[in-house]
Design a protein around this ligand. Structure first.
Ligand code: GLN
Length: 201
């Protein structure tokens, strides 16, 4: 069976675990390095990227995650999680710990105070024709992406908000948040599960 970890140091990990359960996949809350062993992939949730990054170092997870990513381990970062996957952020000088694995530059809180949080229908061709209703909660945006990075979705103004690089996936919004009770669009979770299956063979 497929086993997906959800990094559970801080942030919105419960809703990801719930989504995985709904999809019939075993999800596991991960806090310690030894818990990474039997996983097929991991989700880094939204939350507070500096807090998650610092705890990642305290718990001894940063280096082992970087090593596993190097070996092809699938990782999906949502919102703060995408910041952690990025090679560069605008607040790198402020001591932001990163996994620095995706060739993207990310701007934290890219939508400022006026549009801090909003929801919008995104066109995501990789998920099919129906738009994906995305919740942005003080989200980042991708300012720059390397040539090896596949852009999965942009906003109307052209800002990049979903990317894939090999077995790494990044979304600036919160796909784990249901639109209404019991109404969750789990297509991004399924997309990540397909990446995981591709690695498992
Ligand atoms: N603004 C948060 C950060 O920079 C991310 C917000 C989120 O994950 N919802 O860490």
């Amino acid at each position: 069976p497929t086993r997906i970890g959800v990094l559970a140091l801080q942030g919105d990990f419960e809703a990801h675990l719930k989504t995985l359960t709904e999809l019939g996949v075993e999800g596991k809350a991960i806090r310690l390095p030894e818990q990474l062993q039997d996983l097929d992939g991991i989700i880094i949730p939204g939350g507070e990227s500096t807090t998650i990054g610092k705890l990642m170092i305290v718990y001894g997870l940063q280096e082992i995650l970087q090593r596993k990513i190097h070996e092809g381990f699938p990782v999906w970062g949502t919102c703060a999680g995408m910041i952690l996957l990025a090679k560069e952020t605008d607040n790198a000088l402020a001591g932001q710990p990163l996994l620095a694995s995706m060739n993207i530059r990310v701007r934290r809180n890219a939508f400022g105070s006026q549009r801090e949080s909003f929801e919008t229908d995104l066109s995501v061709p990789a998920l099919g024709e129906a738009p994906f209703h995305a919740f942005f909660i003080r989200g980042p945006a991708v300012e720059w992406a390397g040539p090896e990075v596949e852009v999965l979705a942009t906003l109307d103004d052209g800002r990049i908000v979903a990317v894939r690089e090999g077995n790494l996936l990044g979304t600036a919004f919160h796909p784990e948040v249901p639109r209404a009770q019991g109404q969750r669009d789990s297509r991004f979770h399924q997309y990540f599960l397909r990446i995981v299956q591709g690695v498992k063979g």
